[in-house]
Design a protein around this ligand. Sequence first.
Ligand SMILES: Cc1cc2nc3c(=O)[nH]c(=O)nc-3n(C[C@H](O)[C@H](O)[C@H](O)COP(=O)(O)OP(=O)(O)OC[C@H]3O[C@@H](n4cnc5c(N)ncnc54)[C@H](O)[C@@H]3O)c2cc1C
Length: 815
Amino acid sequence: MADFPTQARVVIIGGGIVGASTLYHLGKKGWTDCVLLEKNELTAGSTWHAAGNVPTFSTSWGIMNMQRYSTELYARLGEEVDYPMNYHQSGSIRLAHTKERMQEFERAKTMGRYQGIAMEIWTPEQAKEHYPFLEIHDLLGVLYDPTDGDIDPAQVTQALAKGARDMGQQVLRFTPATGVTQKPDDTWVVHTEKGDIACDYVVNAAGYYAQRVGEWFKPYGGRTVPMMVMEHQYLMTEQIPEIESWSKEHGGKLPLIRDVDVSYYLRQEKHGYNLGPYEPDCQAHWHDSSEAMPDDFSFQLWQENLDRIEGIVTDAMARVPLMQTSGISSVINGPIPYAPDGLPLIGPMPGVKNAFENCVFTFGIAQGGGAGKVMAEWIVDGAPEWDMWAVDPRRYTDYTDHDYCVKKGVEVYGNEYAMHFPHHEWPAARDKKLSPVHDRVKSLGGVMGAYNGWERANWFAQPGDDTSEQSTHTWGRSGPWEQRIREECEAVRDGVGVLDLPGFSRFEVKGDGAAETLRGLVTGSLPKVGRMNLVYIADGRGRILTEMSCMRQGQDEFVMITAASAQWHDRDILVSAMPDTVSVKDVTTTRDTLIVTGPKSRDLLAAMSDADLTTGWLTHQAATVAGQPAYLVRVSFAGELGWEVHALNDHMPAIYDAILEGGAKPFGMYALNSMRLEKGYRAWKGDLSTDYSLFEGGLDRFVKLDKPQNFPGKTALLAEKQQGVKKRFVTLVVDAGDADAPYMSTLWNRDDVVGETTSGGWGHRVNASIALGMVRADLAEPGTELEVEIYGERFKAVVQKDEPLWDPENARIKA
Ligand SMILES: Cc1cc2nc3c(=O)[nH]c(=O)nc-3n(C[C@H](O)[C@H](O)[C@H](O)COP(=O)(O)OP(=O)(O)OC[C@H]3O[C@@H](n4cnc5c(N)ncnc54)[C@H](O)[C@@H]3O)c2cc1C
């Protein structure tokens, strides 16, 4: 074939909205020699039949950014690429039936306004003024989003493709990719039925086929793409004269309704309605041998099933009685892919060099515009503008087997609009990864939470405590856990506590050149042999990519320990940095860790260990504990005297039993979080993210600009040092009400938004509500009085000295 391209910078597999947007945005960044492969016609997957709603609502900052960007792009795209299209920004109203829902709306509204989206909270009566057909007797209020609306999904995809083609990009329709081969230099050959294309990067944008395409990458380090497929329906009604009259009079569409507590949206479609339910009694597809996924499902649908959604349809008809006057004209029932948390996979493909994922979109029309931008930035710049961990494929690791994905997909679909309360844990597909002392932790009353698949105790219930799911349906601090967390913190403060912490990500980095390579990777210094310290890795912009505890066991021998959720993220960073002479071994699953901490921890361990417990803070040593081989590390994230006890799984039960018998009180993750806030210790992907530079994050002492190595981000950090930071990390003490400040609560200085919190909670040792956050640099002076907006209410927040609230001299931890 004469015009068939044999070479491209990037090959994108999949021509739905997401693939087209990726191609368009790569072109916008100047990469105009890329190719998109589509096995059928553009939009043949999920895109052609989507309802086309384009909300911005999210309680995730990154996702809201991505969706907001989509609305801005779609508003200008037609003109920009000379492809007119139907995009109606009709606005939307979300209905609240409960106080908690109103609080959620308040939170989204503040985040939205921070991003420049003029969201408003309306009374039911105000909603009725804008939507005369709405029943409001049982509503508490609504969230109005003026930017919400709907777009024709096929038109926007074609517009993106046209814009891309006009820049020189190639779109090859009816050209299925059939496989990939990675060359020794880590570039790729993508095979198609029409020939091979050599390229630098590959993007899997294959929608609900993404798992199948993902299989091709397994020989090069890939894994099974964590996803499943649900069926999703919407129905259209016949035309309704009253709607036609309203539209004529008002010159537009009625706002889109989302009755999130009932779980549906209702949108004006021409002069009728489009109703889309997310029913709890939902249907997974292509998930077992009785129904294999077909080779090709292009432009196909499933048979409608109205029985399943009857209850929701009835509810909608009561909400908007006008609906009862019309019949159903058609039903669409199509495949929609789900990752286990309902969010897409956007970012580097775990374990595989030069391959990316932009797939498994449940709201791909709303997110497609932004997802193209994010992907192009990942490929061209090495990092997206905004921290996108919420959708990073590396947030999942090896526990996401088929059973997990199906159960989670069904759970998310049936709870599509559910609120994500801070003390709530979703129950489906649990117990994927268990600590060697899991049964003991449970029998002590452990109320468990999942951390990268690992079960850890959040708190320990006493007989009679309410541990029901229902009890967690609150944004507030209070609940059955509150008193127990206090007791756990007090035990650690006054005596000794023990926390079982399975799944601490752990890498052994060994071999000639390990130290020198690490020096060129991290921003600060490496510890001496026998010692440990925190190290940070920056991206090219000097922003915080990750934090690791670095234990040095020999000149070129290190153990790097990081957050459970960072396992594959940090593995890939280490593996790609190290030369062939250095091995990076992930030993996470072979060992367990106990945090043994509190002023009596030394006495407790002395009675059962041959370790030298006089060595200083940040030292480590091999020793026996309760007769078992172990490794003791003198640190405490709780900020008290303490040791981490690391041991192979088989040895841990005896150690745990002995420590309990020695008088340690078990404590959980909630208590640990409370205590680390009191120490100002940052948590990864809340306080530590690529939205902030190391200097903004107050990590100056971990940056050695005068070392000879040219570590990533050094140039940017040097420049920032000269110019000064725009924001600064601070600890705030908040005169909070019933709830502490969640992540991304807005900070106000009178009428100006001056920053945001990155985490918050109650400090039981200092008896105060604490928030960590980022403020405009000129407001970081201790004593500055600001306000923090928590679920719509503002509370006084005072900037604290740049030192821990608890034990500022670190006398206890160094005791
Ligand atoms: C009934 C319904 C209503 C929906 N309504 C909305 C809505 O209102 N708003 C919203 O945001 N989202 C909605 N969605 C979801 C939305 O449709 C999807 O999230 C979105 O279309 C995903 O786009 P995509 O580009 O990722 O995938 P797709 O559109 O599925 O595109 C993937 C493409 O990859 C191609 N492909 C696969 N394998 C290969 C290969 N080997 N070689 C070449 N090409 C390949 C496929 O043919 C396909 O065209 C709805 C979904 C359903 C089912």
